[in-house]
Design a protein around this ligand. Sequence first.
Ligand code: ADP
Length: 891
Amino acid sequence: MSEQFEMSQRQEELARLLTNAGVGLNWLTPAGEVLWANQTELDRLGYSTHEYIGHYIGEFYQDAHKVQDMLGRLSRGEALRNFDIGVLRKDGVIRDLLINSDSSAHGECGYTQCFTQDVTDQLNAERALRQSEERYRAFIRNSSEGIWRLELDRPINPTWAVDEQIARAYEWAYLAECNDVMARMYGCATAEMLAGARLSDLFVRSDPKNEAFLRAFITSGYELRDAVSHERDFSGQDRYFRNSFVGILENGLLARAWGSQHEITQQRLMETALRESEERFSRFMKHLPGAAWIKDLNGHYVYVNAEAERIFQQRLSDLKGKSDFEVFPSETATEFTRNDSEALHHPTGIQTIEVLHQPDGVHESLVNKFPISDERGTPVLVGGIAIDITEQRRAQSALAESRERLELATRAAKIGTFDWEIATGIVVWDEQEEALFGLTPGSFEGRIENWEMRVHPDDLPTMKERMSQAMEENLPEMRFSFRIRRTDGVWRWIEGAARFVYSTATGDPLRMVGVNIDVTDRREIEIALRDSEERLRLAADAGNVGLWEWNILNDSIVWSDRIYEFHGIGADRFGGSVQDFVALVHSEDRDRVNGALKRALENQEPYHVEFRAVRPNGEVRWLSTSAQVVYEKGRPVRMFGAVLDVTERRDYEERLSRSNEELQEFAFVASHDLREPLRTISIYTDLLLRRTDTASDPDLYRQHIKSGVRRVEELLNDLLAYSRVIHDDDPHETANLQHALDKSLRILEQQITESDGKILSDPLPIVRGHETQLEQVFQNLIGNGLKYRDPKRPPVIQIRATEGPEQVTITVADNGSGFDPKYSEYVFGLFKRLENTIPGTGLGLAICRRILERAGGRIWVESQPGIGSTFIFTLPRAIPSANVMRTDLPD
Ligand code: ADP
């Protein structure tokens, strides 16, 4: 019971399973009767149970042979494996079944279990697929495109960097499949020959366009249309293909790519060729020295080059598609189009001159216009090339003008031209040349001998010699001068220049062509000038005058010999520039010389300057120079000058002025210093004459008078000696200051007594100087100390001496009235006095200063009003010499 139950339960489960699995099941007897069928089977065929079960299977299964075959197999105990057979459904539709059976069950049970599957749809699909594949194969085979499939050895991960993906593609991709068309593109007969080729074999990896190609494929999500690849075929030729293709992803990885391609190599090459040809064309047009343009048959511009743009003053972009009438004034346009249409009627074109008025002037052009034809020879365009000849035209007329001018000039300048054909001896002269020789036009005989006979016999041999030498040396040209005898018998100087023409083949001289000019007048002037210069030079030499010439433009000075003598140098010691000259001038005079030069050049002042020149041996000479500036076109170009050595004159002048000065001073000194003793004389003379004072002794008066007279005498003598000293300075003279002081005190005796004065003195040394003069110094200083005493106290004058190594310093200090120290320089001036109530001339201190300075010393004063004045003077120490000794010896 339970076994049965289990059994039926299991059968049910099985049936359910089969039903759910969509598998039909029938039981067939060996005769082919349907014993049983499951619901799936029934449902699939649309029969009811009794319409199906119990019936011969051959009623439903279509092919009787197949049914026999099937049943035969089953009866033989063979298993059926996917046995396919058509089955008629109740609705009349035939379905495809696939039958599987297990052989073992058959014998035991008396039937065979057959599992049926409806595979109609599957078969249909397979058929469709097969058809489609066939179609596809046919398409591929017949396609004019190359069809290909690339596979990868290993898939590419889209997340990788693009560069990495490109590198892997080259590494892993190969052509798995393609059609023959494609294969042929690579020079292979069949697809099999090409299949297996690696991407890296086909793609030109070095071409950056291929890299861009792959990059675009990757970045576009593995789909690319009309992308051009650059590849190599089997024979290594470059090939260009236009590709459309798509990548296939499997599990998110790129596994393969399908694509199609067609070859564009030819097109590419043509494009490149065209581009190159266009580039060549535009390069050519750019470098064309003229303007070039192309118009279509409607007169619309198609092309203009840069030069045309310049001349038309229009850009190509503006001109394109426009006619002349839209661009130029109608008159110009009419002329242009007329020429265009004329050119179209001449297969070789026309040449004409076209004029274009533009703001920058009139452009005159030599224009070539020509038709441009297609392959059939029909004109389709009209081209033009123009050369701007405005400049040439201008130059031509300028040339003509200049020729005319030259002719006029040669005629005016009396330049003759000649042309000597050397081989034949024929000489052609123009009218000017004939005129030079005094010949009437056309009367020259025309041979070289006729020239020779007119040349001065002294000059002819040299001329001939020089000419043949020049030709022998193949010189291009020569210059010459010679004398000729004019027809009127007058000898004239001719100068000229000639060019030789040589044979390019042999180098032989062919012609001598040249010009001649009569320079007789100029020569005469030159000779006269030379003579006069010579005379000037002689005169200058005689007068001890040096002459110089300064070429301002190139700063070069030319001296006559005399100037070198003045400077005590040879010609090699003078550089010749202004700077070199100034270097010879005494440094203290250079500014003066430069200044005078500058004023002469800039202000046109007369140039005259006296300066000291220092000779190399240190000797100084006074030179006096004056010069004339020569101007050309308002510009100073040259200076002519003369120099005199005026050293002697300067010496005289100097000595003269010195002695004049001294003379004047001498007069002052004399008049001043004679006054003192004369006063004494006059006082006592008065007293003697009046005789009013009876108590006084006339003898004493007489004695006083006598000593006054004696002092005058003494003074005069000393003055005489003093004047001698001025003119005859002796540096070795010595003076005993003590003697000088003593003498002065004797002279001042009366004044000292009168003023109740006291003179205190150190013993004084011997110094260098003139004693008489120094005695005067003491006399003046002590005299002043007495004269300008303070009335409140008797005068005390202290004289001190200090001896230094070089000099002796003497101070004469009084206790007099003193004066404001601001006058301490003033009082030494001539006639300068601070006081008028006390008699005086204002010369005393001036004389002192002069004497001391002559002796090489100095004097100055320190004074305080109300206290006194101290005069300080210095003198050089005496040089021990015979003179000193003699001074100390008794007479
Ligand atoms: P003079 O005595 O004939 O006037 P000097 O040349 O000797 O001429 O002196 C110039 C002036 O300097 C004097 O007039 C006087 O005013 C002033 N002076 C000269 N020596 C003295 C002195 N020892 N004390 C004050 N004043 C003096």
